[in-house]
Design a protein around this ligand. Structure first.
Ligand code: SF4
Ligand code: SF4
Length: 277
């Protein structure tokens, strides 16, 4: 399979950029446990392909993070990656091709940076001009040895520090993101929160996710809109207490099961709405 053929397959699947690297190289970024999980999924892993899919649909009011307003990216990106897996299977009939997006043991961002996809943001994100950091990453893990495009590791971002200064949770430091202080993680957390965590959510404009470090980033000053219809149409920008009132977990899944904010069920959303009063 030539790189040109793969270029065509990734473009047809809606990827704005892609790259690939030997699994052994990505393993340098992985824990022993993650390597074991990857090898259980795909014995004898040889190659990892990484792709970026834009999701920006413009700014409008709302209390859900921009990434969560369209269709659930897990479903959308997996479906799109599967078209590439099926294409590859026609040639590599005895090989495995496993798509993943935010749900695999592979460190997607490190993979993207090692492939030279976009820039390394100080906010820990992949920044891909002209889409900014509003991209989802997906991977394909395979035991096939593939021809790959040349790799020049991603350079750093403009390094202005605006993301660190604006972060409401103080989650961004020299070591990257501290998930224990990041509103994106906190708004999704189930169970009892500390007083400090509750106060952070109370003062936050969103009940799901956080866009602050992306919105202040100069690389995101005028991001291009996503060409992918799943992320541009039928958006849900906000939820109210009334939207969730009386819904059982099953009702909630039926109503919102195709949305990325649904995976934790209605409880964290209700709690966050209540905290924000
Ligand atoms: S998503 Fe929000 S809380 Fe998390 S690092 Fe970015 S600005 Fe900070
Ligand atoms: S806000 Fe500045 S430091 Fe942060 S990711 Fe963007 S360019 Fe880099």
């Amino acid at each position: 399979m030539t790189v040109n053929k793969l270029n065509e397959a990734f473009a047809a699947a809606g990827a704005a950029a892609w790259g690939g690297l030997p699994f052994s190289e990505l393993a340098e970024e992985m824990t022993a446990e993650a390597i074991e999980k990857a090898e259980a999924l795909c014995p004898g892993p040889r190659t990892v392909l990484v792709a970026a899919f834009p999701y920006y649909a413009g700014e409008s009011g709302g209390n859900l993070s921009l990434y969560a307003r369209g269709r659930d990216y897990h479903q959308v990106i997996t479906r799109r990656l599967n078209t590439i897996c099926n294409f590859l299977l026609q040639k590599y009939k005895n090989c495995r091709f496993l798509p993943g997006t935010d749900n695999s043991p592979l460190p997607e961002r490190q993979g993207a940076w090692r492939c030279g996809i976009g820039l390394r943001g100080k906010n820990g994100l992949v920044i891909l001009p002209p889409y900014g950091s509003y991209v989802f990453l997906g991977t394909i893990l395979t035991d096939a040895r593939l021809d790959l495009p040349p790799r020049i590791p991603s350079p750093g971002c403009a390094g202005c520090g605006k993301c660190q200064a604006a972060c409401p949770g103080g989650a961004l430091g020299a070591e990257g993101v501290d998930p224990g202080r990041c509103l994106s993680a906190l708004t999704q957390r189930k169970g009892v929160l500390t007083e400090r965590e509750q106060a952070l959510i109370k003062a936050h404009p969103l009940i799901w996710g956080c866009d602050t470090c992306q919105q202040v980033c100069p690389h995101n000053a005028a991001p291009a809109l996503s060409p992918l219809p799943e992320f541009r149409t039928e958006l849900t920008a906000s939820l109210t207490a009334e939207d969730l009132a009386g819904l059982t977990n099953r009702d909630f899944r039926e109503k919102y099961g195709d949305r990325a904010f649904a995976w934790r069920g209605p409880a964290p959303l209700r709690r966050n709405l209540e905290l924000q009063g």
